[in-house]
Design a protein around this ligand. Structure first.
Ligand SMILES: Nc1ncnc2c1ncn2[C@@H]1O[C@H](COP(=O)(O)OP(=O)(O)OP(=O)(O)O)[C@@H](O)[C@H]1O
Ligand SMILES: [Mg+2]
Length: 242
């Protein structure tokens, strides 16, 4: 199984002062499902920003899709980003586009035929329970509805890597469960999933998932540890330096 992401002694400092992320080392294997936990302010979003290349580290090595992501020339960033689906913690929907057009965006960028896009978007809107709101602008949707549109946009093009920052933070437990199924379906199709969450119950619901836990910007063993699945333990995250 190939490594899709590798962090070696990565540090991130915003401006001056202490490092927000310190000596972060881990490997993500292609096709696996990872949860990222940690208290508010522990550095989850910061770590994910490094993963989806919106932030460069202050030190250390990051390899993404087998290439050195730290020295990647700017011109190659869009090509890399197209391989990554991102659910931002603050959604970042495009305000002047409808829910349907926001969701369609990655497919349009990929050059898919409009008839196929319409079918895929309709299916996705049904799945997230927003078929009736296809034409709505983001500002007219509730926080949870916006979050669902953001998730649909991130998964619709079946990215190689899905990075989701607290994607169930604004929805009720039943919808959280439904969205988790969506992520699991994508995962079954081969996508590597990295999901930051505060909801440890979700973790128990994905057999074989791996768990990264941050404390004050450092990766530590989760406590309590994840419930067994023997197979998951056997292929546990390779975390150098721990
Ligand atoms: N752009 C930034 N500039 C300066 N400091 C930042 C920036 N982004 C985050 N921080 C700081 O880095 C630390 C980690 O923030 P981060 O957003 O990564 O945490 P988090 O684990 O995602 O928290 P939450 O669960 O609340 O989303 C915090 O102390 C935060 O104030
Ligand atoms: Mg965050």
């Amino acid at each position: 199984m190939a490594n899709i992401v590798q962090f070696e002694n990565v540090g991130l400092r915003y401006g001056v002062g202490e490092e927000t992320l310190c000596d972060v080392s881990f490997t993500l294997r292609s096709g696996q499902f990872y949860f990222l936990t940690g208290a508010s302010g522990a550095g989850k979003t910061s770590l994910l920003r490094l993963l989806y290349l919106s932030q460069r580290p202050s030190r250390g090595i990051i390899r993404l899709f087998g290439e050195d992501a730290v020295i990647l020339p700017r011109g190659r960033l869009p090509g890399f980003r197209r391989r990554i689906g991102v659910v931002f913690q603050d959604f970042r929907l495009i305000p002047h586009l409808s829910a349907a057009d926001n969701i369609a965006l990655p497919l349009r960028v990929a050059g898919m035929a409009e008839s196929e896009i319409a079918r895929a978007v309709r299916e996705m809107l049904n799945w997230i329970g927003l078929a009736e709101r296809a034409g709505a602008r983001p500002a007219t949707l509730s926080g949870g509805e916006q979050q669902r549109v953001a998730i649909a946009r991130a998964v619709i093009a079946r990215p190689e890597l899905l990075v989701a920052d607290e994607p169930t933070g604004n929805v009720d437990p039943a919808m959280a469960e439904r969205l988790l199924h969506l992520f699991q379906s994508l995962h079954r199709l081969g996508t590597t999933v990295v999901m930051a969450t505060h909801d440890w119950h979700l973790i128990e619901r994905v057999p074989g998932a791996h768990h990264l836990h941050l404390e004050h910007g450092r990766l530590v063993d989760p406590d309590p540890p994840m419930p067994p699945p023997a197979e998951a333990r056997a292929s546990t995250i390779v975390r150098s330096g721990l």
